[in-house]
Design a protein. Sequence first.
Length: 453
Amino acid sequence: MTTKRHYHIITFGCQMNKADSERMAGILEDMGFEWSDDPNQADVILYNTCTIRDNAEQKVYSYLGRQAKRKQEQPDLTLIVAGCVAQQEGEALLRRVPELDLVMGPQHANRLKDLLESVFAGNQVVATEEVHIFEDITQPRRDSQVTAWVNIIYGCNERCTYCVVPNVRGVEQSRTPESIRAEIAQLGKQGYKEITLLGQNIDAYGRDLPGSTPEGRHLHTLTDLLYYVHDVPGIERIRFATSHPRYFTERLIKACADLPKVCEHFHIPFQSGDNELLKAMSRGYTHEKYRRIIDTIRRYMPDASISADAIVGFPGETEEQFENTLKLTADIGFDMLNTAAYSPRPGTPAALWDNQLSEEVKSDRLQRLNHLVNIKAAERSQRYFGRIEEVLVEAQNTKDTNQVMGRTGGNRLTFFTGDINQLQGQIVKVKITEIRAFSLTGEPVEVRQAVTV
């Protein structure tokens, strides 16, 4: 009798990485591996890595060190580094950690089976060359039973001066509308209620697909795709991320207002509120343009939630320029803002500039921005008090097992008393009784039976 082989995946970084990890888990399960919660009991350990921040990279090396030691005693252990650090470091990773069996960039996620078969045949493999991402036929092992990621475009053609993504994820490659709809239809049949369409630069969807009208308009845009997948049975909610202000159109905003399943939540990074810095970052828009986009969203959907990303301490940022970021943050009033102190990344132009700021200045600015973000998010939360919100129940509250948790259409995390066995995947009307900066608590009023397929 053969003993079961086990795998363990550790994921760092963004939603794209989480989606890649789900697909690679699906491939491993197709190959007969079973998930193990304990990496020390696994025969295959895969680190899906992120290189956006320096500390994520350092974490990978510390995890790897522990497992490399284990491999010296258990030579059958298979160690894999996937994702963006793998793409960036390539063979240098093997020199640093010779116990590694496979180093693979994000574009190779769908090829995991072939690459592993080569490893099991005795090879040490590096797969970081550019490839055309072929259509994925593997069923991902989804981490949630209610919500699912659906990749619609891989890669990024932007060249922001601080960002490694184009170097590690390659050029933009859109999936066909038909293959995206087929995946969503399958998810609807499996009982998923919400999907998030994913792309590093999602508004660029379709630009690389053939076909345009005589007037020169692309047949395939994110807006067209939303109309095309909107009526898939079983799916109650559609989200998308991440948007780029350069390509965000009024036509897209109008579609979101027109289509009832598309959630009133927009994630549009602005990075800086200062035009000179935006130019140095090669972002391709001004803070005035960004403000116009938000004004247009609020004209069509006054209640829409807006979240964004911002960087402080970019090379050369003056106190006055930083205050322009504070001003934009205060004026717009984000529901949520992901903030980061600038971290120089290998292979990016900004990392080589000689006007880097000290860690003390970066840390001070980050604290000041975060303080403002918390105040503004708390102000934005006020509008929910006493309202009845529709909440899609995702999971049990791990801190209070009498409660379940889910999200409003505007992406506010909401807790209320209930039994997860009865309510998971249901949309519940909840009267909001408590508000916090980034989450809400309420009382259930009515369960709206979601349509099953």
